[in-house]
Ligand binder design. Structure first.
Ligand code: 8YV
Length: 344
């Protein structure tokens, strides 16, 4: 029986690779390089499935070069690396890894809010440079209060809600949120009585603004100079969503001029490059896109991506689709497959 051919585009857990190898012929990326599009297309030749990460752009040109591809299973929750329209029109299924990373990512989001407000890395850098020469004085690294302050969350999906619960229950914060759609009353109550407001009211009212919305052309530069100008001079801004949601140059300018107090960024426009002005500023905490990075969560993400590939080829369905499943996704090389069908 012919086994489906699978490409694993970046390094992942050996046990996930071993599991995939029990079901498929697997080609894994041996040295974790990020393949440019032509190399990716070359490696995808003959593959019916791929375990992808945010580093691979799956668009119309790539799909045209790889007509046998049936499924791309992202090992991340965000799927702005997928051209969903192009995939849907070719009947290529896309999946992501929701839920398994929500609480872990929310923990990290909260860590960044605290780090920015309490000037954690600024203080640490000062100490490491050997500049702590006399006992602390009353204004030394005095930051902003987190407990009992107002948290403003833009993007109130699963991760946003997990952060709202932490803020309201753990820190007694008032929670404002802005989202594509208002949540139902029960969910708002479970999020500490989170109050739905316009983006502008949130920016004016929040002491700590957190961004956790998906990236798309519609959300590009959700926070730019005009939005930063609405924020309180004492406020902080944290981005754990995607680079490009914040205009990083405008943010660097606002931080330099102290138009807002501080920021914390886990994601950047054009990452892994970081705007050079941000690197020079003391009042911004910078981390290399690691919000979901615990061993247990990364393993759960890899396993869910593998689950999707296995379910697709062996049962004709997937667990967490982000594309509609078109009838053209019928899988022919594996006789045991029931055929493609609607997913839930
Ligand atoms: C990152 C994420 O991919 O799942 C997502 O959408 O942004 C994260 O899990 C990961 O942190 C990149 O290293």
């Amino acid at each position: 029986m012919t086994r489906p051919q699978i490409l694993v585009t970046r390094a992942t857990f050996p046990e996930t690779l071993e599991r995939l190898a029990r079901h498929f012929d697997v080609q894994a990326n041996p040295d974790d390089t990020i393949w440019p599009t032509d190399a990716l297309a070359r490696h995808l030749q003959g593959k019916q499935g791929a375990l992808t990460t945010g580093s691979e752009r799956i668009d119309a040109a790539l799909l045209a070069a790889c007509p046998q591809l049936k499924i791309c299973a992202n090992m991340i929750v965000g799927y702005n690396n997928f051209d969903v329209q192009a995939m849907a029109s070719r009947g290529v299924v896309g999946t992501n890894t929701p839920d398994v990373l929500s609480e872990t990512t929310a923990d990290f989001g909260f860590a960044l809010i605290l780090a920015a407000a309490r000037r954690l890395t600024e203080g640490e850098h000062f100490l490491r440079r050997g500049e702590w020469k006399k006992p602390s004085f009353y204004r030394m690294f005095a930051g902003a209060e987190v407990h009992a302050s107002t948290l403003g969350i833009i993007g109130m999906g699963r991760i946003g809600q997990a952060i709202a619960r932490r803020g309201a229950r753990g820190f007694g914060m008032t929670v404002l949120y802005h989202n594509r759609a208002r949540l139902d009353a029960a969910t708002e109550a479970a999020c500490g009585g989170a109050r739905y407001v316009s983006k502008e009211d949130l920016l004016r009212g929040a002491d700590h603004v957190l961004l956790v919305l998906p990236y798309s052309t519609a959300t590009h530069h959700t926070i730019g100079a005009a939005e930063l100008a609405l924020m309180k001079p004492s406020a902080t801004l944290t981005n754990i969503a995607r680079g490009g949601i914040v205009d990083d140059a405008a943010l660097a300018c606002a931080l330099r001029e102290r138009r807002i107090a501080a920021a914390a960024l886990d994601v950047f426009e054009g990452e892994p490059a970081v705007h050079p002005d941000l690197l020079r500023l003391p009042n911004v905490v910078l981390t290399p896109h690691i919000a979901s990075a615990t061993v247990a969560t990364r393993r759960a993400m890899a396993e869910l991506a593998a689950d999707n590939l296995i379910a697709f080829f062996e049962k004709g369905r997937v667990l967490t689709p982000v594309t509609p499943i078109a009838p053209t996704t019928a899988i022919t090389p594996v006789p045991s497959v029931a055929g493609a069908k609607e997913n839930t």
